[in-house]
Unconditional design. Structure first.
Lengths: 339, 339
């Protein structure tokens, strides 16, 4: 199959390498020349697991990148989704789009733009990233963890089984989720990242380079995460969507069966190589607050659900970053039509 | 002179030793037998700077402790003030009371109780603790820092010069503050402690034993403290009280003249021995939130001043500690009569 991968960051490079490993065609796009150029200068070669893979096309020209592909994988920070949707829609043919991941409301946001252009492409999103990975160099990627499974849903929802079947013929990790409300509410990163970040702000801001999850968690932070997660489950329930809590998720994805949430995070060996960001300019806030907690917050408001913990985290981040994330973040509404 | 010291914790022991060093009489009281008994078993001897001092009376009987003293120094966590005021008032004669420190509204809270009993004792409070000190053992105290000066005010305010004169004949560090609104608004601990605590929650909860100020501060935390402090100054101004900011205070008390607040905290050598609490059961929250930020918050509300940063810190602590500090904390009103 022929894929377009949008975003040549950690996730995009890992995905490209895995697709090439299995013999598929990959067009790799990134809008930043400084990301693309080192790969082109390296003759389109990226290295994974000490093996070189030649990417078929590496470009910062979106139109060229999209030509002839069957699947477009969007592996960018979700704050890029909105602008990207307006560009992709101009050049798209009949490709299926998969936001990997959509965070909360990514596919819906894309769909809204596509509707304006009368485009009916299948738009899917995953609940989370498949690979835990890190670029060691501009052309070298390390994958140090793979989730046991990753949920995927589409608009229209009937198309998910076919998409999952296609993808599983290559990377057999995807499972069908009923609709994009399920993927949007299954946003575990939003529960873990900002909380672990803010209660360790000093170390991150001082570039202390500690283990983000295992050293960053503590018993009272785990309890705070439980409160935040409880609010997410309340919202999901109000929209008649059944999703699992962080606690169950850690068993589901990583096989942790400890009694306490704290232990499930503290002793999760899949987290052992994840170093904390060394600056406050991190996606753990700049993506997870505006593209995850903020849309969840507005979805709660529409159903008159109190989410004081969510509000606290958003307001705390807004204060530290001197921007009102409630204004700059993603808002989605009328989501029930996609359920 | 004869003193009653109420509270045989760090501050109480340091004060007792210093008074004995200068040849004064000290009755030392604590309500907890487990604090008092080791001193009694040690024949009333406490050790400071490798010198033994015999305390004249060590007791958990408040009435006995108060007998015949001229000054009562209350050196307890401020959350004990309310209950203590109701006990002290029963046995008091003509002593002068000094809350060391009062946090925000301590002297006023005491005064309200004394009024109910028609008692007109002078009630003073200091803006902060004089000594940075730590008990090394139940009968051994180390003083590792002394502030350059500590403000003291009284109810009625006219009495402060005499009290300061008395105390300065023994420990020449006190300066007259106009009234107890000045001491109450000069609450720097409330600006520093909870903030530095919460943004390092993981390390404290995990008993990581780092340097509370020097390692706990970071550039973005310093900016957050500036926002919080700005709100404190707004409130003070609304009550026509002039107090200095944290930034100036660090110069005033410790001689720091760095350009940035961050540096004034990071490089303050007087902070170099202050180890972070090793549990979340710490006065940095359990005292500073309900007895400092909460009364400041209510004083702001009465003047229709927005204090979003203060509210954030209070709500965050309330969430982590599963108690509503806005309900359990100190509320004072009609404070202008003491100005």
């Amino acid at each position: 199959m022929k894929f377009t991968i949008i975003g040549a960051g950690n996730g995009g490079l890992a995905f490209s390498a895995k697709l090439k490993e299995r013999g598929h065609t990959v067009n790799l796009y990134d809008k930043f020349k400084e990301v693309i150029d080192p790969i082109i200068l390296n003759n389109n070669i990226i290295t994974y697991n000490n093996i070189d893979y030649i990417i078929d096309l590496v470009t910062d020209n979106l139109q060229v990148a999209l030509e002839g592909s069957e699947y477009i994988f969007i592996i960018t920070p979700s704050f890029a989704h909105k602008d990207l949707s307006k560009e992709v829609v101009k050049y798209i043919d009949s490709q299926t789009i998969v936001l990997h991941p959509g965070r909360t409301g990514g596919a819906i946001q894309f769909k809204r733009v596509f509707e304006l252009y009368d485009k009916n492409n299948i738009i899917g999103e995953t609940e989370t990233l498949l690979f835990a990975c890190r670029k060691e160099a501009p052309t070298e990627i390390t994958i140090y963890g793979t989730k046991k499974s990753v949920g995927l849903a589409t608009i229209p929802k009937e198309k998910a089984p076919q998409v999952v079947k296609d993808l599983n013929s290559i990377l057999p990790y995807f499972v069908v989720y009923n609709n994009v409300l399920v993927t949007s509410f299954s946003n575990i990163g939003a529960m873990l990242h900002p909380t672990l970040f803010l209660f360790n702000l000093s170390r991150i801001d001082n570039a202390d380079s500690y283990n983000f999850y295992q050293e960053g968690i503590s018993p009272s932070i785990a309890k705070f995460i439980e409160k935040l997660d409880y609010e997410r489950l309340l919202i999901s329930k109000a929209y008649d969507i059944d999703v699992i809590g962080v606690y169950e998720w850690l068993e589901d994805k990583y096989g942790r069966d400890d009694t306490e949430l704290y232990d499930r995070i503290r002793y999760n060996t899949e987290y052992q190589d994840i170093v904390a960001p060394e600056s406050i300019n991190s996606r753990y806030i700049l993506e997870d607050i505006p593209m995850s907690l903020v849309p969840l917050y507005y979805l709660a408001r529409r159903k008159n659900i109190n989410v004081p913990t969510m509000e606290l985290v958003i307001n705390l981040a807004s204060s530290i970053y001197n921007q009102n994330f409630l204004e700059t973040g993603r808002r989605i509404c009328n989501i029930q039509q996609y359920s």
